[in-house]
Design a protein around this ligand. Structure first.
Ligand SMILES: *Cc1c(COP(=O)(O)O)cnc(C)c1O
Length: 397
């Protein structure tokens, strides 16, 4: 089939929930993707901050293949070895105490929401607890996650959502303080907002929120689904701030392509007990083999060092673009989670499409931001390659 035929076929049967780019991706190798016409793309999206090690990694693929032949699924009625190993490694590397494996990011958020509600319920037996979330946040598409996602465009068609959620201004501590009542059970936020426009939290904000939570016995939830797993140059973004959450969600690069997420808690927040929560697939041997292998590979391949070295180089190159082109206004972010802010007069999607023509895949974030979330194994040469294309594209406006 030709690309056009594939696309026509797709649009007959897939629910049209995405305006997809008009290419059909066929295979990947390292930091490159290939479409069904054989065209090669440098990948600065990694499947939305997922494929940290790049595509077709022999070690990762090998571990999964081995596990497929051994045992794929058991349910959570029994223990399984990969889940035991993955849980031990993930709690150790995160400094959290307990983990629950899910199948996606949004499910990890659901678990976090249930955790903060249950924690407060255990204290006073009441059912009127409130959660504070942030404007311009993104936490997922299921009803609970959507309820704490600060974007009315995503929320409105699906109301009523879960009750008791209030939205504060990100990086505005006063706005959080104003919303706290004796009913507040949790505060949820991304240490670096991804989808919302690539905004890192300020130190004052995160440290201030931690203090507010401690003073009022409120659980603090960090959504590290996008900014965690080495993306910012530390294993988890909150490590930059010297602030620890009570509950943390991870997904995206946790399985590096295999769909898996998790929510983690400290002992204090480990309040869910038998009967409270469950999942058929979550934490199955195949998913947990992926997690276990990914965590080993982070340690064995000096991934964080590469992120820090290459992202410093990326920063200088992005600054050069900002100096050179008026429509490239500024860049934000940490590590290899970067947003190049484009002047409103050029819709960022036009830049993405032109870049794609020239063999580069990048994505956007809210606020006309060109979002760069490449595999964490990219090199400075790959950065040069990306910059050359973006430079060429910006020059056309
Ligand atoms: C992607 C994302 C989610 C949702 O994860 P899914 O796996 O798509 O459900 C939640 N929070 C953040 C910060 C994300 O980037």
């Amino acid at each position: 089939m030709t690309t056009q035929e594939y696309i026509e076929e797709a649009e007959k049967s897939l629910l049209h929930t995405y305006n997809r780019y008009q290419i059909v991706l066929d295979k990947g190798d390292g930091v490159y993707l290939y479409d069904t016409d054989g065209k090669k793309y440098l990948d600065f999206a990694s499947g939305i901050a997922v494929f940290a090690f790049g595509y077709n990694n022999e070690e990762y693929n090998g571990a999964l293949k081995e596990q497929i032949d051994k045992l794929i699924h058991t349910s959570n009625l029994y223990y399984n070895v990969p889940a035991i190993e993955a849980a031990a490694k993930l709690t150790k590397i995160s400094g959290m105490d307990r983990v629950f494996f899910t199948n996606s990011g949004t499910e990890a958020i659901e678990g976090a929401i249930k955790t903060v509600r249950k924690y407060a319920y255990n204290k006073d037996g009441k059912t009127d607890h409130e959660i504070i979330a942030m404007k311009h946040s993104f936490h997922g598409r299921s009803m609970g996650s959507l309820s704490v996602t600060g974007n009315t465009h995503y929320q409105d068609p699906f109301k009523p959502l879960i009750g008791g959620v209030k939205f504060a201004e990100y990086n505005n501590l006063e706005s959080v303080k104003e919303l706290i009542t004796d009913k507040t059970c949790g505060i949820i936020l991304e240490p670096v907002q991804g989808e919302g426009g690539v905004y890192p939290a300020t130190e004052e904000f995160l440290q201030g929120i931690r203090k507010l939570c401690d003073e009022n016995d409120i659980l603090l939830v960090f959504d590290e689904i996008q900014c965690g797993m080495g993306r910012t140059g530390k294993m988890f973004a909150h490590e930059y701030y010297g602030v620890k959450p009570d509950v943390m969600t991870v997904a995206k690069a946790l399985g590096c392509g295999f769909p898996v997420g998790a929510f983690l808690t400290n002992e204090k927040a480990a309040v869910l007990v038998p009967g409270d929560h469950g999942t058929t697939y979550g934490g199955n041997p195949l998913a947990c083999k992926a997690v276990s292998k990914v965590l080993d590979m982070f340690a064995d391949n000096n991934i964080l060092e590469n992120v820090n070295e290459v992202s410093a180089y990326l920063d200088t190159k992005l600054q050069e673009l900002c100096d050179k082109y008026e429509i490239a206004k500024e860049f934000r972010g940490k590590g290899l989670l970067k947003g190049l802010v484009i002047d409103e007069k050029v819709p960022v999607n036009q830049i993405i499409l032109k870049a794609m023509d020239l063999g580069l895949i990048v994505i956007s974030a809210s606020g006309n931001v060109l979002r760069m979330v490449p595999p964490l194994v990219i090199t400075k040469e790959n950065v040069d390659e990306m910059i050359a294309i973006v430079d060429q594209v910006l020059a056309t406006f």
